[in-house]
Design a protein. Sequence first.
Length: 510
Amino acid sequence: MEKKTDQKAVLEIQHISKDFSGVYALKNVNMQIFAGEVTAIIGENGAGKSTLMKIVSGVHTEFEGDVFLNNEKIDFKNPKQAADKGIVIIHQELNLIPHLSVAENLFLGQEITNKMGLLDYSTMHKKTSALLGKLQLEINPATPLYQLRIGQQQLVEIARALLLESKVLIMDEPTSAISDHEVELLFKIINDLKKKGVAIVYISHKLNELFNIADRFEVLRDGENAGSGKMRNTNHDKLIQMMVGRDITDNFKKEQTSDRKEILKVENLNFINPENKKDFLVQDVSFNLKKGKILGICGLMGAGRTEVLEAIFGLFPKYVSGEIYIEGEKQKIKNVRAAISAGIALVPEDRKLQGLILNMDVAKNTSLAKLSEVSNLGFISKKKEEKLSNEFRNKLKTQVPSEKIEVEKLSGGNQQKVVIAKWLATNPKILLLDEPTRGIDVGAKTEIYNLINRLASQGMGIIMVSSELPEILALSDNIIVLSESKLTGRFTREEATEEKIMKAALIEKL
């Protein structure tokens, strides 16, 4: 562990331990955070990163050890007390209220009022527009939050934190659902905050971006300190070794598949915006997919990536037109049931909101899309349910102590495997994956990559949306790029580069 300099820490964590029902999430953790620097907190899912930050920001109030802010011992009873002292957190799991507007979410707890004591919506809307403009997020401040995509919501969460005068800004996976272009904008904002002396704690599984933005690192493994130092004095392999406690190599290798029969053809796909009938979420998009192949879809946030998958899956048939062929046969996808019957499955972008029922156990979640297979005379058979779940638990190597454990207690990687298992149980021909590795650690990512590769090698057609270009380039056989709802780029695996993809993502049409 690298020795600290004489530089004064703005935040100091001493001998922190935290247990949940006798199981320790943190054990004797020590850490220093410095003003005007970005400190990366690194570790696998379950290492204790988020738990530690929740202690610092007043979410968890019962723990052992001490936290000091500018040499003053702090004992917050709630997050508002922490924010009042200048410690602000951007949560990985968005901490927003869906049915309030964007502006109302931004100013929640710090509302602006007029002389009569009423909410000054005009001023709040102007300030909201100005702040979102810095993140190039052009949306009406009066828009209800639930109408935004997960990536847009994440930018709103970031904007909300920027409104506060923070001494310590904690960012927990801030780039997990935004594209490379939005990441660049965020990094510019972070560098401006550093110049103002703000101490930034940055949690991310994307090691490559940490080398671009972080000054220092702190590694946690199994709830304990496992290493620390300056980013310029380490490398990717050393960090992973500290994270997992052993040497690890990237054992994912893309399998090459020979040309196969076309499994999916999409022609002139259109998706009208339900909120504005003159606007298109997807406009005149055509592509095809062969058996055993992976098609990557790229584009900036709001380009129409997710909407392409939703249109194919029959989520909004009233607003969708175009032709879909599966194995040469024209399909009428009038609803989700028709999509499943046609052999299509969708693993959604937000696994916790759209993919899982968190307070239900693994077995129940796994069988949700295939209840007919686990039922007798209309009654669900727990024995069949657990048998189905156990089958996919073994196939996907899901780490769970029991089929009866609630999925909310699993790590992000294992939750994602449960969502995938649920849809694989429907025996799909075509698997649609929307941000399949969002918010999961490097080890779990490799497992997901190998699973995707294996499914393709068995003849499944796969379409994958990802905001991580290295992920798209590593997995895809072919790539299409969207910009402002239109197709603007089409590349083979051999042709594609990050530069070509970004250029296509920033132009209006092909």
